[in-house]
Design a protein around this ligand. Structure first.
Ligand SMILES: *[C@@H]1O[C@H](CO)[C@@H](O)[C@H](O)[C@H]1NC(C)=O
Ligand SMILES: *[C@@H]1O[C@H](CO)[C@@H](O)[C@H](O)[C@H]1NC(C)=O
Ligand SMILES: *[C@@H]1O[C@H](CO)[C@@H](O)[C@H](O)[C@H]1NC(C)=O
Length: 465
């Protein structure tokens, strides 16, 4: 009986497993006598001996459980990542082995966000959309290059470095921005959608979207009572899933109704995923909502690890209208410099190290500098975003930035925190007289709008792609 009590104490106080074991041993009658009457050790009874063996076994079991949690999460996590600190809290029991107590364990709290009380009197401010004006076209098809028999169509196309350079100018242009088809007769490059879904998506003026590919998460429905009737009627909530995820969700009882909805989410199935790496595929809906929803004026992106618990119109009012911004993203809760982010990505083995180096060296040779918090003119409050929540007005600058950022993910690694600052700074540098109103808000504000969860634990995708 007593052993069970010890066991549960250990579980509730994971930080000091070993301390707790010894403490509880000291408190228990048996343990006390063992310690005090050390000299009479030889007389230990059979019962006491098995108590010790059992305690040791419990310690090791917990140790291995923690170790495997740590490995699972370190292999798994996407996006930098907000839940990293939470996992570190979970696994910090391990550090007890080396250090008696971790001194600075950061806990990340949400902060107060002053949303309007209701959507009733919301009106888009007059002239809000008066941002930098130009018009963008998108390359929809690439022809086979003359004499190239090995031509293989790609979803992201085959942008040359010269085309890439020109694409950063904020002016009328036609650029690569995903959804590039091959010549007539070639197979689809992927991200195929049903016609009826496309028709639905064409009607959306304001979009909240998210995705689950490769069954990497559970379906988290927006908190319905926080969403106004107005938004329920006029905002599209679209969850992109692949066929694997759809059947997994169905097997768990989450089956879309006749109209394709599960709760507020309209489920859109994506066939023929454009990349082997599910995370890279996830960047398509994340960055290219202006392409997927061609008539939309606003979009909110939400990682599937989060549950939306704030009305989308209040979010748009707070992050865009009130600050006169066309793009809003939160900064990272911990890291501000791309140099740190590179180290962290390698430390957690997030990605092929030489691919990270290739990208990082390229960026340094093209002007990426370290983040300088002491510089009063620093163009951003942080060079590392926490991109699991993005609010956008679909203005030309905002759309251009989204395409450019996506193209970096297509060309280099899929780790979008590595390319964010470079893309932003280069866009600004190449268009000094054309402002881009980006609102980089605090991570604690993001935490106020959503409820965070951990990703579902599934085997990690291959490191290579
Ligand atoms: C729109 O922006 C331009 C340039 O920033 C400014 O000159 C113009 O007055 C603005 N128009 C309105 C109606 O606010
Ligand atoms: C850019 O495109 C817009 C709309 O297509 C057009 O009205 C404008 O004249 C173009 N600007 C230039 C500089 O070509
Ligand atoms: C890692 O990336 C490098 C450079 O992009 C590539 O040549 C190599 O094949 C990749 N390694 C693996 C294991 O995929």
């Amino acid at each position: 009986m007593a052993l069970y009590r010890h066991n549960s104490e250990l579980l509730s106080e994971r930080r000091g497993i070993f301390g707790a074991v010894f403490k509880s041993l000291g408190q228990s009658e048996h343990g006390f006598r063992v310690v005090r009457r050390g000299r009479r050790f030889g007389r230990i009874t059979k019962q006491r001996f098995s108590f010790w063996v059992f305690s040791l076994a419990v310690c090791f079991l917990i140790y291995w459980a923690l170790l495997s949690i740590k490995m699972l999460f370190h292999g798994k996590m996407e996006g930098g990542i907000s839940s990293l600190s939470e996992v570190q809290q979970e696994t910090s029991g391990l550090s007890v082995l080396k250090q008696p107590r971790s001194k600075h364990r950061k806990i990340h709290h949400p902060c107060e966000v002053e949303f309007r009380a209701s959507v009733d009197d919301l009106v888009e401010p007059k002239d809000f959309m008066n941002f930098t004006k130009f018009s963008l076209g998108y390359i929809s098809r690439e022809e086979k290059l003359f004499g190239n028999n090995l031509f293989e169509p790609r979803f992201g196309g085959h942008q040359t470095l010269e085309e890439r350079e020109k694409s950063f100018y904020a002016r009328n242009q036609t650029l690569h921005c995903g959804f590039v088809k091959g010549p007539e007769g070639y197979l689809s490059t992927g991200f195929d959608l049903d016609e009826k879904d496309k028709i639905y998506m064409n009607t959306c003026g304001v979009v909240v979207s998210s995705c689950i590919f490769g069954s990497s998460d559970f379906l988290r429905r927006p908190t319905s009572k926080q969403i106004s009737d107005y938004s329920k009627k006029s905002v599209c909530f679209v969850m992109f899933v692949d066929e694997q995820t759809l059947s997994k969700l169905s097997s768990e009882g989450n089956v879309p109704d006749d109209r394709g909805f599960i709760g507020l989410w309209r489920i859109v199935t994506v066939r023929n995923l454009p990349y082997e790496d599910m995370r890279r595929t996830g960047k398509v809906p994340k960055f290219l909502s202006h392409r997927l929803f061609p008539s939309s004026r606003y979009s909110i992106w939400l990682d599937s690890k989060m549950r939306l618990q704030t009305d989308p119109m209040l979010i748009i009012e707070y992050f865009l209208w009130r600050t006169g911004s066309e793009y809003a993203i939160s900064n990272h809760y911990d890291r501000h410099c791309v140099w740190e982010e590179v180290l962290q990505n390698k430390r957690l083995n997030k990605y092929n190290h030489s691919a990270i180096d290739e990208q990082f060296i390229f960026y340094q040779s093209d002007g990426l500098t370290k983040f300088d918090p002491s510089d009063p003119n620093t163009p951003l409050p942080s060079y590392v975003p926490e991109g699991s929540f993005i609010v956008r007005a679909h203005t030309p600058m905002s759309n251009l930035f989204s395409c450019l950022w996506f193209n970096e993910i297509d060309r280099f690694t899929s780790r979008d925190q590595l390319s964010f600052a470079y893309t932003y700074l280069k866009l600004r540098r190449m268009n000094p007289d054309k402002p881009f109103f980006l609102n980089m808000f605090k991570d604690c504000e993001r935490r106020a709008l959503v409820k965070l969860f951990r990703h579902r634990t599934v085997p990690s995708p291959p490191l290579s792609s």
